[in-house]
Design a protein around this ligand. Structure first.
Ligand code: HGY
Ligand code: MN
Ligand code: MN
Length: 418
């Protein structure tokens, strides 16, 4: 059979995206399925049902990663695709979900075309990719590749005080498959771009060359609570003011450095958080990213200099806790080339680009040849219920994924493969 002529069923893919979006809905088009919540459990149950309906062999590992595999003519590790189905609290319906559902769709397409691949083909969803409730992000795939010990991951405390392992047990997804998992023979992830580039360039497919480095730090500031009306300004040790200075410095660092440097303060709490009390404590998070490790270190150093100087000038104590630190990742040129050739064969416009967002693929890249496919995000919006990708682009991405997986299956990726 001429594999290059088969295509996924677009209506079926769109229907599954629609069905999954009904679980943990947020506003009219978005999703809220924070990792290991009831909504995440319900989303997992639905996706696992779809996997079982296709007769796939399903494994669940000790951190709750789910991998569904269809046998090939030969034994061995699968050519794997997948992503995540947990979302941020104000998420869209495509972030992560597209990659998992396109993986299920491509396997169903192989089944209905009676195509048996040389090697097994699998689709995975990894636990807690967002890291929004339980940091770091990509936690499940990091454990899968041996980058974080399972025991340590199970003890992570969430922003709501919950313990990851207890929540995993509560939703019934602590599996028995070992962590780290068996490295797949290759991994390709389809994902929305979550930025403005593809749309601006009027391009359908992003051939992702790598993922930028990520640095997440939580700062806890301790000053002195005092009366808002009677305390002279020069006698204050105002944790709220210091938090504001850190926030503006994060923005200044990104402005000064330019290029791809980005900086975000997404969380901030004061204590006692009262209008007429100088804040005694403040806690905030700083997210710094850059495609260049040396520049990311420079941004971190500039932030550290600011922290030390504020301790001095404001008479406060500032403690920091690293929540995530991943260096930039470059994907395997063989996979990048396959995605590039495939998108050309399918007559889709394409361009090479790095990823600004973190993805499970950046972890799988540690253990096997890995790459990613992007499709455009309308107005570059994501982590927002109005996240949107046009149907034709979603289907183009899924067909590029299908053909890339088939090409990878036909290719001998390492000397040991016959
Ligand atoms: O943080 C990220 O980039 C991803 O959404 N987890
Ligand atoms: Mn994602
Ligand atoms: Mn995300």
């Amino acid at each position: 059979m001429d594999f290059q002529s088969i295509r996924i069923n677009g209506d079926r893919l769109m229907q599954r995206i629609e069905d999954l979006a009904t679980i943990g809905p947020h506003e009219d088009t978005g999703s809220c399925r924070l990792a290991l919540t009831d909504e995440d459990r319900d989303g997992r149950d639905l996706v696992v049902t779809w996997m079982k309906d296709l007769g796939l062999e399903i494994t669940i590992d000790g951190i709750g990663n789910v991998i569904a595999t269809r046998p090939g003519k030969m034994e061995g590790p699968p050519t794997l695709t997948g992503s995540h189905i947990d979302t941020v609290a104000t998420g869209g319906r495509y972030d992560g979900n597209l990659g998992v559902l396109a993986g299920i769709e491509l396997i169903e397409t192989l089944i209905e075309n009676d195509i048996t691949t040389r090697y097994p083909v699998g689709v995975a969803f990894f636990t807690d990719e967002e890291g929004a409730r339980f940091p770091p992000d990509m936690l499940g795939s990091l454990v899968y590749v041996g980058g974080l010990a399972l025991e340590q991951a199970l003890e992570v405390e969430g922003i709501d005080g919950a313990i990851l392992g207890e929540e995993l047990d509560r939703i019934g997804y602590r599996g028995s498959a070992p962590c780290p998992g068996i490295p797949p023979r290759a991994f390709v992830e389809l994902h929305i771009e979550q930025g403005p580039l593809l749309e601006t360039e009027e391009t359908t497919i992003g051939i992702v060359t790598g993922v930028q480095g990520i640095s997440w730090t939580e700062y806890s500031i301790t000053g002195q609570s005092n009366h808002a009306g009677t305390t002279p300004m020069h006698l204050r040790h105002d944790a709220g003011y210091v938090a504001a200075r850190i926030t503006t410095e994060a923005r200044e660092i990104a402005k000064r450095m330019g290029g791809r440097q980005v900086a975000t303060v997404g969380r901030m709490q004061f204590h006692p958080d009262l209008i007429n009390v100088v804040a005694r404590e403040a806690r905030l998070t700083v997210d710094l990213r850059n495609t260049d490790e040396a520049l990311l270190l420079e941004a971190e150093n500039q932030m550290e200099t600011c922290i030390r100087s504020l301790e001095e000038s404001e008479g406060v104590v500032i403690n920091s806790r690293s929540l995530a630190r991943f260096e930039p990742v470059v994907f395997d040129s063989r996979v990048i080339n396959i995605v590039s050739e495939t998108s050309s064969q399918l007559n889709f416009s394409s361009m090479q680009m790095p990823s600004g967002a973190g993805h499970d693929a950046q972890m799988l890249a540690r253990v096997c040849p890995t790459g990613m496919i992007f499709v455009p995000s309308r107005d570059g919006i994501s982590h927002n219920p109005s996240e949107h990708t046009d149907r034709d682009d979603l289907i183009a991405g899924a067909n590029t994924l299908l053909q890339s997986i088939l090409t990878l299956d036909a290719k001998d990726l390492s000397g040991v493969e016959q």
